[in-house]
Design a protein around this ligand. Structure first.
Ligand code: C2G
Length: 450
């Protein structure tokens, strides 16, 4: 009797075709006799929230075809298609890279599911005629936020996480093994292996790492608060400009579509002239966490103040007339609940942050004709309302906010580097420097040395 041939299927965007894609297809083909490759359409990538896809569908199909591994190429255009394709094409094995480990286990009832180890080192592009190169990103710091960032990079085309640096070898290795990336404990080695740097280390180390990265010619995306002194921000931006490099502060709210729309509407006069902004963000933390034990840089304002100050600076500007802080402190002296009050020539504002006191966490923008309200979590802006004197008339706005929302800043960072889009207005250098100045003033008020 003739042996039944083994039919394998895999899917992907295959944008900016690289070694990782090539090796995946090669091993997928080796799993059986007949390989079907599903290439995603632009519309499907939009639906699943993948940003920044550069190559057209035709180019991506052509690049898959050129490998010679695919016996048949189909297009993936809808959610749930994989399930139907498995039956339609009589599939024995579904395979995908291990960066999706566990995500497709639901297909196990219908065929074998094989996760092939992702390719860690993408050293060069495979196809010479490519418009753009894949950017290898290196992460400094290996805490919770670094993990979230890594998840989000999978949904931004054009970047590949190369590895993570942590001077503590054990932490670096643990993180790298978990995410199948390289671990680095030596700075020089780290910088020579990456094109871009994302910094997610404790606040107090940002300045030193940004400086090192710029000196090594790397663009930098740094978690908020980027630095804690105004002069440091100015120095770093100056240094970046001289070298033609980008330094971007990663306040995720600033880059998400809902917040951009909210700012656009607020500034358009929809509620008249803005006179009051109240932003509140509280997040209860265990007393043992770094945020509540780092006596130098911890506390609620350094942790959450960047979010709350963002709409205030965007709507009223950087030139406040007065800035005052009131704080409730814990036993170790760190602020558990802090309110920054600002006075401008034409309005007033408050930024309220809590790690040890819970509050409503809303953003309220009041103007001469009405007000805009965004309930918690307004810092992941997806819905807001405009109210006027006429209580029966409420305008409602919704926007998508996908996943952890870090993909928006990653995508903007990439397009700024590639020069295809100047997203600098979403969070300007001047605004980042002003934020550093506000952090500096806060730490001074608290009697801490910034
Ligand atoms: N891949 C890999 N190593 C890399 C990068 C990607 O093995 N360094 C694999 C991915 O795991 C995937 C394939 O290459 O199996 C295509 O990757 P992408 O084009 O990024 O597509 P992806 O977004 O992973 O789509 O429905 C689509 C699928 O969910 C996979």
């Amino acid at each position: 009797m003739e042996k039944k041939s083994t039919r394998v299927i895999t899917y992907g965007t295959f944008d900016l075709f690289h070694e990782g894609h090539y090796r995946l297809l090669q091993r997928a083909k080796a799993l059986g006799d007949y390989l079907i490759v599903g290439v995603t359409t632009e519309a499907y990538d939009r639906t699943r929230g993948k940003l920044n896809v550069i190559d057209s569908l035709l180019t991506r199909i052509e690049n898959v075809r050129k490998t010679g591994f695919a016996d048949e190429i189909i297009i993936e255009e809808t959610q749930g298609q994989k399930f139907n394709d498995i039956k339609k094409y009589n599939i024995d094995i579904f395979t995908v890279g291990s960066d999706w480990m566990g995500n497709f286990d639901y297909l196990k009832d219908y065929c074998r599911v094989v996760y092939l180890e992702r390719t860690r080192n993408i050293s060069s592009t495979m196809l010479r005629e490519q418009k753009q190169q894949i950017q290898r990103i290196g992460i400094i710091g290996t805490g919770r936020i670094a993990g979230r960032f890594l998840m989000e990079t999978k949904l931004v085309s054009g970047v590949s996480v190369q590895g993570a640096y942590n001077p503590h070898g054990e932490s670096a290795r643990k993180f790298a093994d978990r995410w199948e990336i390289e671990a680095y404990t030596e700075m020089e080695e780290f910088f020579s292996a990456v094109d871009l740097v994302y910094i997610a280390s404790p606040h107090g180390t940002h300045y030193g790492y940004i400086k090192e990265a710029l000196e090594h010619g790397k663009h930098v995306l740094c978690e908020k608060p980027m630095v804690l002194r105004r002069a440091q921000a100015e120095e770093l931006f100056g240094c970046a400009r001289e070298r033609g490099l980008i330094v971007l502060e990663g306040i995720k709210t600033a880059y998400c579509p809902g917040f951009s729309r909210l700012m656009g509407i607020a500034c358009s006069g929809a509620i008249g002239s803005i006179r009051n902004v109240e932003a509140c963000f509280t997040k209860l933390e265990d007393s043992g966490t770094r945020e509540l034990t780092d006596l130098r840089y911890g506390g609620s304002f350094t942790e959450l103040g960047s979010y709350c100050m963002l709409p205030i600076l965007k709507l009223f500007g950087k030139n406040y007339e007065e800035l005052r802080f009131d704080a409730v402190r814990g036993e170790n002296g760190l602020d558990l609940f802090t309110r920054a009050s600002l006075r401008y020539s034409n309005g007033i504002a408050t930024a309220t942050c809590g790690l040890g006191v819970k509050s409503d966490g809303r953003l309220l923008i009041s103007g001469t004709k009405g007000y805009i309200v965004v309930e918690a979590p307004w810092w992941k802006t997806s819905y807001f309302e405009i109210h006027t004197e006429d209580s029966g008339q409420v305008e409602k706005y919704s926007e998508r906010f996908l996943g952890e929302g870090l993909r928006y800043e990653i995508s903007d960072f990439l397009s700024m580097i590639n020069g295809s889009n100047d997203n600098g207005f979403k969070l300007t250098r001047g605004e980042s420097a002003a934020l550093a100045g506000i952090m500096e003033k806060f730490l001074e008020t608290e009697g801490r040395k910034p």
